[in-house]
Design a protein around this ligand. Structure first.
Ligand code: NAX
Ligand code: K
Length: 501
């Protein structure tokens, strides 16, 4: 599991080390890790170190210090190194070491922005060390103008020192201008803002460099499940399992207008290993489900009487589908774990519980929040997804899975998971219906399972939702293999992903 922290948490954890006078040691470790990553990236691109060039954009704080020490290490390995001091002043020891290593120093002023931007853009590697966790807001003046110009020229390889400058380490909010990085080398632990959109769009691949203060870190602000977590938590049938103990899932989905959503939710659920799927819905939709998935048991009855362990509610249900809305309300009232998607979101009671998992995209979340009196437009929520997901969970009392390039799962207790295995090719109609089915199947299988004993009680529902997002993302990436992918193909790839866990 990857654990990520706010900048404030990291700075708190560093305090005792600074008090003991080992701040400089931490900085050396950070610089060493940063320089090593640059070397690795250059070699990976078939470049020789000797004769390559690096430009470090250095602010006046410790982030700039990290960058200058790293550039000094690179200069000693044969790179031509230039420092662009963006704030007049610079980290004293870092600058002295950079000069000793033979680095060339330029100071940014209001008059030489274009010249320095051209110099940086011409380097093989740009290290962005203007602002780190001490940033307050975004860059203005010459430093802002320099970053803006560089962002337009798309330099060769951009390596962000700790975080891309201007990105909020706590929230992932972006204070433009921010120079998008190919790689972010972050120190001590990942910062939450690197794993939430829109920050994740600017971070590139994130490398964590341990610097020796990790044992002092508190509970993470955000977590990400990795392959070994999926392996540990996955449902495992035992020799004497039968279909009812494997997890029976009820699905209330589809309408005359959107019958396909019911099929896709069922396909997702079957692919993710539900022991049995019961479908409830209008006769025409049930016929289609039966034809497409003969494994599904279809009916038109009430959800109050169905024997299931969990529910998927809402994919393809529109406001005109009166019977379906009644089934959704009855299912939600059973107290069983529920996935509430699309048409179910407006049909739920106001006060919910953590085992009720809402799966909105950003537009649906905006509508949901508006229902609680929080007016926020889609664009604003998109700029602050972490805060939006947390707000949704806190207001509703439910677990909120916010779909996006990075999927966030926020538990009402405060735990947040972030998964980002998906590919943009998965932004296709029906993909969310499959996710709802996958999540429903995991809920039906895992809600009473001993494998979840590994997870603190308050985090279990969110962990299951994060697992579903990860499975779905991995399946989509596998099925896409870099090209277009249909929702059906995503569902088809799920068993393969589970097999390889
Ligand atoms: N504290 C530590 O022990 C360690 C810190 N490290 C590095 O230190 C960084 C944090 O260092 P600092 O606390 O010095 O903070 P930063 O280097 O992030 O920046 C602080 C400086 O920038 C100025 N500043 C803040 N916001 C600004 C804005 N919007 N526009 C212009 N100037 C602005 C501040 O006034 C301050 O002078 C981390 O990100 C990391 O890179 C690492 O060296 C590891 C050890
Ligand atoms: K930075």
């Amino acid at each position: 599991m990857i654990s990520a922290y706010t900048g404030t948490q990291i700075r708190e954890a560093e305090k005792p080390f600074l008090a003991d006078g080992v701040g400089a040691v931490l900085m050396q470790r950070a610089a060493y890790g940063l320089a090593n990553t640059v070397v690795h990236e250059l070699r990976g691109r078939g470049r020789r170190l000797y004769g390559s060039s690096v430009a470090v954009l250095a602010g006046k704080g410790n982030n700039g210090g990290d960058g200058l020490f790293a550039a000094a290490l690179l200069a000693r390995r044969g790179l031509r190194a230039t420092a662009l001091l963006t704030a007049g002043a610079a980290h004293e020891a870092g600058l002295a070491e950079f000069r000793r290593a033979g680095g060339h120093v330029l100071a940014l002023t209001a008059d030489n922005i274009a010249e320095l931007a051209a110099a940086a853009a011409g380097a093989d590697v740009v290290i962005d060390a203007v602002l780190g966790t001490g940033a307050q807001g975004g860059l203005r003046g010459p430093a802002g103008a320099l970053l803006e110009r560089l962002a337009q020229t798309h330099p060769g390889l951009v390596v962000a020192c700790d975080i891309p400058s201007g990105l909020d380490a706590d929230t992932g909010e972006v204070n433009e201008p921010v120079l998008p990085a190919d790689v972010t080398v972050t120190f001590g632990a990942a910062k939450a803002g690197l794993l939430a959109d829109p920050g994740a769009d600017f971070a590139g691949s994130v490398h964590v460099v341990p610097i020796g203060m990790e044992a002092a870190l508190p509970e993470p602000a955000l977590r990400r499940l990795e392959a070994q977590d999926l392996h540990r938590l996955r449902p495992q049938p035992v020799r004497r399992s039968h279909k009812y103990t494997r997890g029976v899932l009820g699905v209330v989905a589809g309408s005359e207008r959107y019958p396909g959503a019911a099929v896709l939710a069922c396909r997702g659920a079957l692919a993710a290993g539900a022991g049995m799927v019961r479908y409830l819905g209008p006769p025409d939709v049930a016929d289609l489900v039966r034809e497409s998935c003969p494994e599904v048991v279809c009916g038109q009855g009430s959800s109050a009487e169905a024997h299931v362990q969990a529910w998927v509610l809402g994919p393809g249900v529109d406001e005109s589908a009166g019977d379906q809305l009644q089934r959704i309300r009855d299912a939600a009232a059973t107290g069983l774990p529920v996935v509430a998607d699309a048409g179910a979101l407006p049909a739920l009671p106001r006060i919910l519980a953590p085992h009720q998992i809402l799966t909105p995209h950003i537009g649906e979340l905006a509508a949901l929040l508006a229902g609680y009196g929080v007016e926020s437009d889609r664009a604003r929520l998109e700029g602050a997804t972490l805060a939006a997901a947390r707000r949704g969970a806190a207001l509703t009392g439910a677990t909120v899975l916010l779909k996006g390039a990075t999927t966030l799962v926020a538990a009402p207790g405060g735990t947040v998971f972030s998964q980002s295995e998906a590919t943009p090719w998965m932004a296709t109609a029906g993909s969310g219906d499959v996710l709802a089915g996958v999540l429903g199947a995991l809920l039906a299988q895992l809600s009473g399972s001993a494998t979840m004993d590994h997870v603190p009680r308050g985090d279990r529902w969110a962990a299951i939702a994060a697992m579903a997002a990860s499975l779905h993302g991995r399946a989509g990436a596998m099925a896409s293999a870099g090209g277009p992918v249909t929702a059906t193909a995503v569902a088809r790839a799920i068993p393969e992903v589970i097999r390889h866990m």
